[in-house]
Ligand binder design. Sequence first.
Ligand SMILES: Nc1nc2c(ncn2[C@@H]2O[C@H](COP(=O)(O)OP(=O)(O)OP(=O)(O)O)[C@@H](O)[C@H]2O)c(=O)[nH]1
Ligand SMILES: [Mg+2]
Length: 363
Amino acid sequence: MSIDIGIIGLAKSGKTTIFNALTKGKADTRNSAPHIGVAKVPEPRLKVLADMLQPKRVVPAEVSYTDIGASVTGLGVDRGIGSQILNQLSNADALINVVRAFTDESIPHVEGSLDVERDIATINLELALYDTGIIGRRLERIETSLKGAKATERQGLLREQQVLDKLKADLEKEVPIRELRLTADEAKTMANFQFLTAKPLLIVVNIGEEQIPEAASWEEELNSHYSGTKSGIITLCGKLEMELTQLDNDAAKGFRAEFGITEGGLDRVIKLGYQLLDLISFFTIVSDEVKAWSIPKGTTALKAAGKIHSDMERGFIRAEVISYDDMVKCGSLAEAHKKGLLRLEGKSYIVQDGDVITFLFNV
Ligand SMILES: Nc1nc2c(ncn2[C@@H]2O[C@H](COP(=O)(O)OP(=O)(O)OP(=O)(O)O)[C@@H](O)[C@H]2O)c(=O)[nH]1
Ligand SMILES: [Mg+2]
């Protein structure tokens, strides 16, 4: 159950190129079929723990990326996109929209010209139309159900109708669901659907190599228009990043320096995705293996255990927890134990970023 991010965008925007860069993959860009791959989440604290404990295996958390492999235009009218792809989109935890900014005469732009803002608006509209479609169909069904409903059912249906009407009105005003502040009641209704505009959205503006010098200032400008708590925008040269994945780390660093790029573009995409999804890391240290895990902020110890293994969730007894900082001070779990720094926590403990956890369970 890793985090899954769906990559969408107009045709020939660079989706597969960026997918390859993110997953260090070699998917054929000529092939428009869906591709699935994983990327390791950069987590400096994992390295510190590994250096300290010298385990046999060090396992970073992974994010999985799905290159949808098809244009999502037509989403709103329910054609031009297969149900399998729709499923993949609906199940994604977040979306990346790849928008083309690179110029290449030999690869014509689907719209005939380059226009980043237009293309962002096109995809946003498609996502909104899709959600409006879901809402419309549900509202029709509610209408029918209301006719024969008993008083007890009636209340629930009316409340759902009210929430959906509100979401629909917002979507029609071009406000995506991710930007709404929902009441607990509204959020509960929402949880029954997999709205695409409710998912965190990261826009990747795919620039050409010659645009790299202006990338930072352009990004800043785009940020002021497109960034929110659950949305972000980043400029990235997909082609260069994909080529760099073929080199070893030092060589790639050298190349980046030549282009004046300080941080790896892919690390930035992964980190920003992490932020938008509101994820945190926790660590496990078990029999010569140190592992990092990604979970949404606010996850309970019970659910965190389930992330590792369903047996651990089912047979959960308790969790032994120590903060990352205390762990580093102690140098080992044995030492932490001796100093009495391991806390015993129950099922409902909310896991904190950096926690080092040993789950006790029986099956
Ligand atoms: N010059 C240049 N070409 C690029 C860049 N990024 C992608 N391309 C090229 O553009 C073409 C399309 O890129 P893809 O990654 O296949 O784009 P896509 O969105 O997956 O395309 P479809 O799946 O066919 O819709 C390929 O020939 C890429 O090599 C870039 O930054 N600069
Ligand atoms: Mg492709």
